[in-house]
Design a protein around this ligand. Sequence first.
Ligand code: NAP
Length: 321
Amino acid sequence: MPEPDLPTVKMNLIRPTKPATARVISNELCTRGKSASFVKHLVLDVSTTPLAGNFHAGQSFGVITPGTAPNGKAHKVRLYSVASPTWGEDGAGNVVSTTPKRLIEEFVQQSAKDDPDDHRLFLGVASNYLCDLRAGDEVQITGPNGKRFLLPVDPQAHDYLFLATGTGIAPFRGMLLELLEAQAGPTSSRIDLIMGTPYTTDLLYDELFQQLAEKHANFHYHTAISRELQTTGERGLYVDGLIDRQIEYFADLIGNARTIVYVCGLDGMRYGLFRTLIKHDLAEDYLVVNASLQSRPVSEWSDRELKKGVKPTSRCLLEVY
Ligand code: NAP
């Protein structure tokens, strides 16, 4: 099995003890229509910071929200995925983008000292701060972070299956632009992206991906919408469900020794993917399965067993929370 050769990247050039100042260039919604979610494409000028020219698609950078947390301490660094190719939004690595989503929830008990009946409106701190920013505002940043969720050194040596849920699409925007819109010309490798969202209106960067798919015959854009009835009359789909349903189409890609599978978004995505790969006898190059599980059919393995007993190989890269 050929191991992907990943680049060596810079990390932690800006430390939380001495953050650098970036400036907002733009902050626009990137959902598809009248979505109930608010997700932004935030573009930052990092030209005067050590991040300039030193981030890669697939890495993240930190943001420090001004002010203090309820405990009186400064807010902690929150990491956001780079949504740009390695050369940035400007072609020179001076402008980086990311994809913050407003977190709007009811409070739920986090620890024994919280009131279990307290369900007041709860707003995420860092993501709402980022979504509020206007052009010209300053932002304290750190990073870059991450050394594994990267495109290979030789992109042409591999094919790609990208699986995203929600804002987990951010690194794939950068990677796709890098693979398909490089100045040196596009890769001819096969690339399939499956994007999972609750509703069609929640799709992120949908127009861009449709345009890329129209322009590049080797790029295939799929969506898995979880809360809408499908044209087949079935209920909603998850990303792994789409692979399962179209296994003849995806088996070619997944069964190919060149392919790397990248997964970004909700932690739960891994279980469906693992089950689907094992069910269709396609797991060999992507997963190492503990011998203790192998005596029972995969349909009987719990999520916990999958988490403990199945480890991804270097051809299955996970960035899930
Ligand atoms: P969202 O818009 O709510 O979309 C998530 C989609 O995934 C929904 O369609 C959801 O379906 C579906 N889903 C739920 N459980 C699933 C499972 N077990 N397998 C497959 N699909 C499943 O997403 P979001 O609010 O943007 O959240 C994205 C997550 O990605 C966040 O947790 C964020 O922290 C994480 N993230 C990670 C990174 C990173 O690691 N670098 C970067 C960006 C985002 P239903 O809700 O209808 O069940």
